[in-house]
Design a protein around this ligand. Structure first.
Ligand SMILES: [Zn+2]
Length: 216
């Protein structure tokens, strides 16, 4: 079930206080409109009722999509709290859901990660395979262009519905590389046994490096 509370936010422009609905838990079965709003960031938008100023205020939230047995805890900038939230949730029997049974449970600490995780979910892909693919792509690019370092890499969907990876370099320029389904299937096959045994909730570069080392 969704859970919200109201916070008063002081407008940076006119200093008047306006309400903001903060979603502690988003459950799309009783708040279907939030499915889109969390993906496009509108869930985090606050409006001033006086001067119509608006801004994005990122609050911690738990996003739950029961139909897909998917739950993600988003705690901006705070991995320890995020992980604790997920543990508390896994032990919570009041919700009526058993998050230990066949659930994909994830913890993220920034909005880009959250968006990426939900996109991967929507496309029916496995974020663990995507993270492993990123390692190979980054290694490939770093070998061929040693003067630039990659600072970020995200799975994305292009306007023509094809997939790719968006890559940010340390000179702040963005580039991209195509997503290969063959490569995805190959990685899925190689790591199949290890992935079945894995139940980590933070799936990021660090996780992927560890998974790779275990399989070497
Ligand atoms: Zn205002």
């Amino acid at each position: 079930m969704s859970k919200t509370h109201v916070e008063m936010i002081k407008c940076p422009k006119c200093k008047k206080l306006s309400e903001m609905t903060v979603w502690d838990v988003i459950d799309v079965t009783d708040a279907p409109e939030m499915k889109q709003k969390i993906r496009n960031g509108e869930a985090f938008r606050w409006h001033c009722s006086e001067c119509d100023d608006n801004s994005l205020i990122f609050f911690p939230t738990i996003y739950h999509q029961p139909g897909d047995k998917y739950i993600v805890s988003y705690v901006p900038g705070d991995p320890d709290t995020a992980e604790k939230c997920m543990k508390d949730l896994s032990n919570d029997n009041e919700s009526g859901y058993n998050f230990n049974n066949g659930y994909t449970r994830r913890v993220v600490t920034d909005m880009n990660q959250l968006r990426e995780k939900l996109l991967i979910l929507d496309e029916g892909l496995d974020d663990r395979i995507i993270e492993l693919m990123k390692l190979f792509i980054v290694a490939d690019i770093q070998t061929s262009s040693q003067d630039l370092r990659i600072t970020e890499i995200y799975f994305t969907k292009e306007k023509d519905d094809t997939y790719s990876f968006a890559i940010r370099f340390d000179n702040d320029k963005w580039g991209g590389t195509a997503f290969s389904k063959d490569n995805y299937d190959q990685v899925a096959k190689t790591f199949k046994t290890s992935l079945l045994a894995d139940n980590e909730v933070i799936i990021d570069t660090e996780w992927a490096v560890e998974m790779l080392n275990k399989n070497m």
